[in-house]
Structure formats: C-alpha cells, structure tokens
Design a protein around this ligand. Sequence first.
Ligand code: ZN
Length: 433
Amino acid sequence: MSQDTRESPQQHAQRRFGRRLREHILVEFRELFADHDDYEDDEGLGVHALLRDAVKARASDIHIDPFPGHYQIRLRIDGVMIDVIEISPEQGQRLAHQFKVLANIDPLPSVNCDEGRFSYDMNEQSLDLRVTAVPCVSGDKLAIRVLSPPQAVKEVRQLGIHHKGVESIRRWMDANGSMFLVAGPTGSGKTTTLYALLHELKLNDSHVITLEEPVEYEVPGINQIQVNPTHDLTFANGSEAMLRLDPDYVLIGEIRDVPSARAAVNIATSGRALMATLHSRDAVGTITALRNMGLDDYEISSNLGLVAAQRLVRMLCPECKVEDKPDDIETKWLQEQGREVPAKVWRSEGCPACNDLGYKGRLGIFEIWQPTEQDFAMILNHEDEHSLRHALIERGEMLMLDDGLIKVEEGLTTLRELLQTGMSLPGYRPQKS
Ligand SMILES: [Zn+2]
C-alpha cells in the first residue's frame, strides 16, 4: 500500500507543511496574542484586529470556541472551518465579552442562546455582523457571521453552468407559466443563482415580484415583499395579493413546508413563471420533496418546468497547483460511481497567495434537468426518484458529478472536493456497455 492511502488529508498537510500551515491567517491578531499569554486587551484591540484579519482572509464566519484550558479561534473560509489559533481562557472570555457588548447581548454568562447584530466600519466599507452566543460547558461559544453584501451578481452564463444548461434556462425564461426550482443543501449557492436570474429578468421588459422570508438582498428595480406572519403576511395571503399585481415572474424564497409549496403551485397554475429554492440532494430529489410537502403527482407534473441542482466546491489556487494522479480512495470512489478515472488531476501545495490552504474561492457544480414527456409520465405514475434518476442516466444526461469531473479535468477543482460534497449516486451500479 502506498503512503498516500495511509494518512488523512489533514495528516498529509501537517507532514507536508508543518508549522508553516495557517500562519498567514490572522497576522495582526497573532501579533497581539501569540506568545503573550498574559496580554490583557482592555481596549478591545483584539476585536478590531480579528475583524480586519478575518475579512482579509475572506472568512464568512468567526468562531470563538471555549475548551478546557484554552479558547480556539476558527474561521470558515470558502465553506470550510479552519482552526487558526489558540488563546488563553482569560483572553478568550474577554474577547467574547467584548463582542457581546458590541452586539447588545447581555455579557454575563447565560443559560440560553442569544443573538445580536452590529455594524463595523472598515476601509470605507460597512460590515454587518450577526453574533450568536451559545452556553457550552467550558464557557460561552460565539459564532460571528459576516453578512457581506452579495458580490457583483453574475450573469447566468458566468455562474459556471454548462452551455446546454444555460440554453435550458434561457428557454424557461422565454416561456411563461411553470416552476423553476433551484435545489441543493444549505450553503450550496442557490440564492446566488436565483439572483443572477432576477438580474437578467430585470433587463427584459418584465414585471418581477418576490415574496421572501427574509429578503436576503435588495435588487433595485424589483418589487420585493417580506413574509411577516406576525402581521398576517404569510405565503398564502401574500401570494394571493401578489397575483392581483399581475406579475410575469414571481420568486418565493424557499419552498419549505405545505403553505409555501401550495403558494408555489397556485402561482404557477395562474400562468406565472415561478422561481424558488428547495432542499434536495439532486434534481430528481425535488419530486420526493414536493410530494412530502403535500403536492400530488398531477400538480407536480403539470407545473414543473426546470430544475437546477447545485453544490459549491473550492477552487484550486492557481499559484500553487501541481499535476498529480488520482489516489486509491479517489479511484475507488469513481469506479463505484461508474465513472472513468482521469489519468491526470491537480492538487495544491499551499502558498502565501492562498493562506496555505491550497484553495481560493468557490465554483458551482450544476445539474440542469428539463423533464421530458417520459419523465412527466413517470411522475404521474408515482414512480420514485430512483427510477427517475435511472432514466436520466440511461438517456446520458449530464449529472452534477459529470459537470464536476469536467471541472476537475480542467484543473479548476479536485476530486477530493467532489467526493466531499456527497453528490454520489445512491444505489447506482454501472452497467458495462
Ligand atoms: Zn496557493
């Protein structure tokens, strides 16, 4: 057995990079705290240094985690949690206390979870921060989410959707009166995809209205309504009111329960084009999800227009990626999925440009499913998602994994990233042709 298969990716990184790993992250914060166990930060300099450093590292979340004997500072970068530095319990408690005061949370240790927000001005940019405090056995854990404004919204073709998929989306935009669902787990970039669509629709002469809970980003030129159950503005009566405004396209954030699923069907059956997100593993998984939310097969098959399933994977750092061969784990995984094993893949060494992480930025992996007559017949026949998935594979449709493999061969990402998204095909056994 080769050495590669015996060690985990973390062990591999440790062996390879040793203590150099991650020292490019939190430089300013490190200067204050590292090797100064007794540093008493009475002026709150640590808060400022941590926020500046975290934004520089493109972190979406900062975690201050209490453990027996130390506090651990961790950052989520490109969706992956990175342990960055340990500080003393006193320093950790003081830092947590300062963040709680800023966020208007009672700074005394509590038995309940608490949440607050604050704004922070940095380099002419205003950051919105949401702080969640959770009591743990060793002290208060703090999670700080950086609510950054959306990056310049991309056009649909810039999202990384393959040519045929973009064509299907354009066709859906031109034809009225069906549902376009964007499917994937939390944090898979669904909202970015929908907002890219909204921006394109805005360029047409069309009337677009959204009903969201909550409104995540404001899009100039589009009427956005926020669901507010305490004031009796629900999905049900909101969608009724919306139809009287005569929209061409309607976006309702997430279909998550019976009322939102019912609202979606009502809008689509009234001849409007409807966009929504949905939690599901892949494109055909949306059928199971919609059935579970009380829609019958007829309602699904007569209203479903298009489904885009997606995941985000990290992009290889262009500065330090090197050519390599797939290792044993990757080879076995691809064989189980019935896919050809590429002769050449890329891996990253880690360098200052990517904070020694080997990756920089993220990329979407897509599966665009435009149901055919055969698929609709199967839905009406109450066939399950496994049968539908099998039909797609038989037809040779490009699934998420296929799209991912193209991006691996182009050197944009790694097999390990694909493997970790869990986009494998349950129950699928390849048939030798
Ligand atoms: Zn690099």
